[in-house]
Design a protein around this ligand. Structure first.
Ligand code: TYM
Length: 333
């Protein structure tokens, strides 16, 4: 039997996971779990590139693991773990730092955005963040990386680093491809629909996976649309309505044409209510499972310890190979 292809992806445990994280990434994780050999990490080391409250971050890490499980990811089929529990991520990141150029990292749009937002804390970790992300991926000989389009530039860099290293030292890393959702690869903000929905923006701009139905309905009623009344897909002229249509399509599978036909002449009120219903239908069962899982600390701990052990075993051979190629002192003579 042919070996399954390998998948790696990660989500930062900061703040509240949003519907963007769900549609762009988490939902696909579940869809891929049977066909591929999957590792999904909660990337806590990435989170400290901006200042965090330690107690809150610790809680957010566990919350994120509970959301992974509540969204249906099976911890037997998938390796679910915390990035910082597998030391090889940091180790490989350092080595790859030495094979990445300052110029490449200066071009990363997320670095430019985040340095504006955190002008008082433009630290080296924030700058080298994409190299840690490359290490996450390359450590496991990953073939495919399910992500939203906002991470495409980082993935491109990971591919470039892998190719550079391979051409210097011979085949060492698999060169990964991206896996993007057909609809919903970039879910937009409810208040500024030309910007992506982001968990680091104010509350009213996003739907959180853990938002209760009444909060979802309220946020949607206030979502920015336009001064017309027709439900039509036109991201240029009608970014707000088109965003809601994309979300509805991603969640229900309905085509844009079918959605437009369904709401023809009904106005935005009815349309927004239908979008809210679709969210609630998807999120309510996740929230119910979340409440059960997050109360079960013994189970959460078992999942995270086993996940880290399994990831460590897979990371070790790549690390041995890399250490040898670059000439670090052997651990056995
Ligand atoms: P993060 O934590 O910002 O987002 C997690 C995943 O959610 C996707 N996403 C979105 N998709 C569609 N619409 C949106 N509005 C939206 N917002 C977020 C992201 O594209 C991502 O797939 N650097 C990464 C985490 C990471 C990683 C990795 C990912 C670290 N190492 C290795 C893949 C492989 C990040 O900050 O994602």
């Amino acid at each position: 039997m042919e070996a399954k292809k390998r998948i790696f992806s990660g989500i930062q445990p900061t703040g509240n996971l949003t519907l963007g994280n769900y549609i762009g990434a988490l939902r696909n994780f579940k869809l891929l779990e049977d066909e591929y050999d999957c590792l999904y990490a909660i990337v806590d080391s990435h989170a400290i590139t901006v200042r965090q409250d330690a107690a809150e971050l610790r809680k957010a890490c566990l919350r994120t693991m509970a959301i992974f499980l509540a969204s249906g990811l099976d911890p037997e089929k998938n390796i679910l773990f915390f990035q910082s529990h597998v030391h090889q991520h940091a180790e490989l990141a350092w080595i790859l730092d030495c094979y990445t150029y300052m110029g490449e990292l200066s071009r990363m749009t997320q670095f430019k955005d985040k340095s504006k937002k955190h002008a008082d804390n433009i630290n080296c970790g924030l700058f080298a963040y994409p190299v840690l992300m490359a290490a996450d991926i390359l450590l496991y000989q990953t073939d495919l990386v399910p992500i939203g389009v906002d991470q495409k530039q980082h993935l491109e860099l990971a591919r470039n680093i892998a190719e550079r290293f391979n051409s210097l030292y011979g085949g060492t890393f698999a060169v990964p491809d991206g896996y993007f959702p057909k609809v919903g690869a970039k879910v937009m903000s409810l208040q500024e629909p030309t910007r992506k929905m982001s968990k680091s923006d104010p509350e009213e701009t996003y739907i959180a996976i853990l938002d209760k139905p009444e909060v979802i309905r309220r946020k949607l009623r206030r979502a920015v649309t336009d001064s017309e009344a027709d439900v039509r897909f036109d991201p240029e002229l009608k970014p707000g309505v088109s965003n809601l249509m994309s979300i509805l399509s991603a969640l229900t599978g309905a085509s844009m044409d079918a959605i437009a036909a369904d709401f023809s002449g009904k106005g935005y009120g009815a349309f927004k209510d239908a979008v809210a219903d679709a969210f609630v239908a998807v999120l309510e069962p996740i929230q119910k499972r979340y409440d059960e899982i997050s109360a079960d600390k013994v189970y959460l701990e078992k999942v995270m310890l086993e996940g880290a052990e399994r990831a460590d075993r897979l990371a070790a051979p790549t690390m041995r190979k890399v250490r040898k190629k670059v000439g670090l002192a052997p651990t056995k003579l």
